[in-house]
Design a protein around this ligand. Structure first.
Ligand code: HAS
Ligand code: CU
Length: 545
């Protein structure tokens, strides 16, 4: 079924997201080259990029914040409309949401390009950026709230017409993602409005870095599930269909999504294990909660693997592992997402290492952490979104995918490149304590024992950038192509293995929302109270690069 209005809106989001990843990914190349001792930044100054750190900020902001947020808001609204079989409930919200996000993006981009916002993607004070950067990012978040409200409006309009039907899983997963986002971004909003923006405007002289970090990670940790859950929407709701199978357990999938709603926010202190201003007991509580949020991902691993196995067997696969060969590896959308899953299993393992207080002390602030997040946001999310784009862009444009084989080659090269690069990053961090966020080559950090790992990193990085280019060629080729789709595409929607009705409590919001707020209050309330009442806004701003 065709819904032209939501297709148009999604197209706007996709164009912005694809451009952001295209440009942001390119800076990754300069980073790995610096790690190999090849410093291209003196040359890059002629095109306006002043330092490694400006390049790193562009890389982090464009990839991790802009690409993801634009893709996710577009994709989830599209998926919800299609699974509920209706156009947006209040179309004006979709339009305003996108425009506010775009205005914010443009506002933030100007200081980024002028080296007035070289503060990395976590923008920790006392690093200080121009006000337009903070205001722009705030607008991106406000726009994403409006896009979230648009999605909720579509669901409410459907609910009015279908008061007793269970919300389809794809819509439920999308709703959980946007509701989680509306709740958790309160931390960032407070940090921006009461601290960073007045400070950068010169209305107040100093800032309290500890309190700012606490507000930041209130949003910063759940942000990673805002990136992950749209991939889960596809892994649960779409991939079993693409594999020719059925979803093994639909109620379990719903349960996982609701567990993410409850458990994603109250554990941000696992990013602050080394912060002196957070007492140890609170770090301990957040560590335990971090182990809890591991659980819904484990449920996902078993549920999704079982669903894919059903597909592989339906396609004639036999034996213990023979079904894996029969999966549709020649379909670029499927292959990319299956590769993303496999690497995410390793990302989960390094996440567990980070979460352990003692082991975190060995890896925190080392290049191990970029190793971890390139497997998670850089693969589980990004490669899944790329996989989704292989059917979503044709569906939105009404054009055939430019080249399927190129898509498969892209998925394989991303997998191989990321495997090499992230393996090297993990080992360099663990063995040599190599710091992260550092122009390693230019600052003289590198020693001969590191060479084999650095070579592995650079080879991986170059393969990865090549893979990104292959994807860009396919996207631009599809949009520019004249080959219209012969038959209209349908969004893949997986059916449950057993069409049993999920219990009512897996489609009711009140108990889950109550639990969510209660847990946030317990895990953050007392610390926020103490940190706010003891705040010392004395740090002046720095602009080192
Ligand atoms: Fe993390 C730091 C702990 C998941 C992203 N993380 C980061 C940072 C980022 C990030 C960006 O506790 C750095 C932030 C910064 O700049 O400082 N992380 C975890 C834990 C998990 C986890 C416990 N992280 C993610 C996800 C991310 C992400 C998801 C983005 C999308 N992380 C940490 C900690 C830190 C941290 C500490 C702070 C470190 C420090 O010191 O600074 C867990 O949620 C992971 C659970 C994952 C699993 C894997 C499930 C596997 C699945 C696939 C199965 C495969 C199949 C294949 C089915 C349990 C679902 C089948 C195969 C066939 C062939 C059929
Ligand atoms: Cu985290």
């Amino acid at each position: 079924m065709n819904f032209p209005r939501i297709a148009k809106y999604t197209g706007w989001h996709l164009i912005t997201a694809i451009s952001a990843l295209g440009l942001g990914g390119l800076f990754g190349l300069f980073q790995v080259l610096d790690h190999a001792g090849i410093d291209l930044y003196p040359q890059l100054q002629s095109v306006g990029v002043q330092s490694y750190y400006q390049g790193l900020t562009l890389h982090g902001v464009l990839n991790a914040l802009v690409f993801t947020t634009f893709f996710i808001t577009g994709f989830l609204n599209f998926a919800t409309s299609h699974v509920l079989k209706r156009e947006p409930g209040v179309p004006l919200l979709n339009v305003i949401g996108f425009v506010v996000m775009l205005v914010g993006l443009l506002m933030a981009t100007v200081p980024l390009l002028m080296n007035e916002a070289t503060v990395l993607f976590t923008f920790y004070p006392p690093l200080k950026a121009a006000p337009a950067f903070y205001i722009g990012l705030t607008l991106v978040v406000v726009g994403s709230w409006i896009c979230g409200a648009a999605l909720i409006a579509t669901w409410r309009a459907w609910r009015k017409d279908n008061p007793t039907t269970r919300t389809p899983l794809i819509a439920l997963g999308s709703l959980v993602t946007v509701v989680l986002w509306q709740i958790c971004t309160i931390g960032l909003a407070v940090e921006m409005l009461t601290m960073l923006i007045p400070w950068s405007l010169g209305l107040v002289e100093g800032i309290d870095p500890q309190l700012a970090r606490t507000f930041f990670w209130f949003t910063g940790h759940p942000l990673v599930y805002f990136w992950l859950l749209p991939a889960y929407v596809s892994w649960y709701g779409m991939m079993p269909k693409q594999a020719g199978g059925k979803l093994f357990s639909e109620p379990l999938a719903r349960f996982s999504f609701f567990l993410f709603l409850v458990l994603s926010t109250p554990l941000g202190f696992h990013h602050q294990y080394v912060d002196p201003g957070v007492p140890i007991g609170w770090k301990y509580l957040h560590a335990i909660l971090t182990y809890s949020v591991f659980f819904p991902s484990l449920l996902t691993a078993f549920n999704v693997a079982a669903s894919l196995e059903i597909g592989g067997r339906a396609r004639g696969g036999t034996g213990l592992l023979g079904w894996i060969k029969k999966l549709p590896w020649g379909d670029p959308s499927y292959a990319a997402q299956n590769f993303a899953m496999i690497l995410f299993a390793f990302g989960g393992i390094s996440g567990l290492t980070n979460a352990s207080y003692d082991m975190n002390l060995a890896v925190h602030n080392t290049i191990w952490i970029p190793g971890h997040f390139h497997l998670t946001v850089g693969t589980a999310s990004a490669l899944s979104f790329i996989g989704i784009s292989y059917w979503l862009v044709p569906m939105v444009t009404g054009k055939q995918l430019f080249n399927r084989k190129l898509g498969v080659a892209q998925a394989i090269t991303w997998f191989v490149g990321m495997l090499l690069m992230s393996n090297a990053l993990h080992l360099l961090g663990l063995r040599f304590q190599l710091p992260r966020r550092t122009a390693l080559g230019a600052s003289g950090y590198l020693t001969p024992e590191m060479t084999p790992f650095l070579i592995e990193e650079v080879i991986g990085g170059i393969i990865l950038v090549t893979s990104g280019l292959l994807w860009l060629i396919n996207m631009v080729g599809t949009v520019a192509s004249k080959k219209k789709l012969e038959t209209p595409l349908e969004m893949p929607v997986a059916e449950p293995l057993e069409p049993m009705l999920a219990p009512k409590w897996l489609d009711s919001w009140r108990p889950w929302l109550a639990l969510t707020f209660a847990l946030i209050l317990i895990a953050y309330g007392p610390q926020l109270y103490i940190q706010i009442s003891q705040a010392q806004s004395t740090a002046v701003g720095f602009k080192p690069w």
